[in-house]
Design a protein around this ligand. Sequence first.
Ligand code: AMP
Length: 216
Amino acid sequence: MRIVLLGPPGAGKGTQAKLMLERTGMVHISTGDLLRAAVATSSTLGRAAKGFMERGELVPDQLVTDMIRDRLSAMGAAPSFMLDGFPRTVVQAEALEKMLASRSIPLEHVISLDVPREELVRRLSGRRTCRVCGAMSHVTSDPTRRPGVCDECGGALYQREDDREETIRARLEVYDRATAPLITFYRGRGLLREVDGTGPTTDVLDRVMARLELAA
Ligand code: AMP
């Protein structure tokens, strides 16, 4: 199956992708994770992307599209994947469509996670990420057993630079301007599956799976 997870920052795309990975074994491709890894190693891509990411702006389409093209071409003939954080603009969506059409592997579903604005800000501003394994927690709604320490691997937690209040606002504005038009784009393709992204993560997962008609 080939899926795009769509939604504003904080909608739970990464969380749902990880839960779906456990249930379905589909490959999870997160452009945010790939870009953060590129920044951490200071690769050419990472150096080009760093400033945009710190400001909460989008990395230029060409850089991200090339990165995804490389990632997809490393997969087999009939890949099964979830794209998380890509596409984020109509230009990227059109590029993806061309990439997949050239290999006759069209997208099957676009899951759009719907979460009210105040809840997005609350989730993002309290979000903490593990430096070692990338696991996410929340200071009030999903705290780790020991403050500042990852439950999964014992690594140190940090607040992503772009999860600070001012940058969160910028990221949400970017979403409204550049990414929200993809809802209309994919609705027009008959691929959009809208899902309520509020409440416990496992409830959201059940709704997602039901929409994908994979539920037991
Ligand atoms: P995320 O972890 O998905 O919230 O992404 C973190 C940051 O990486 C975003 O705020 C952007 O700066 C950059 N980024 C991730 N995916 C994309 C994309 N598809 N297009 C442009 N920039 C992206």
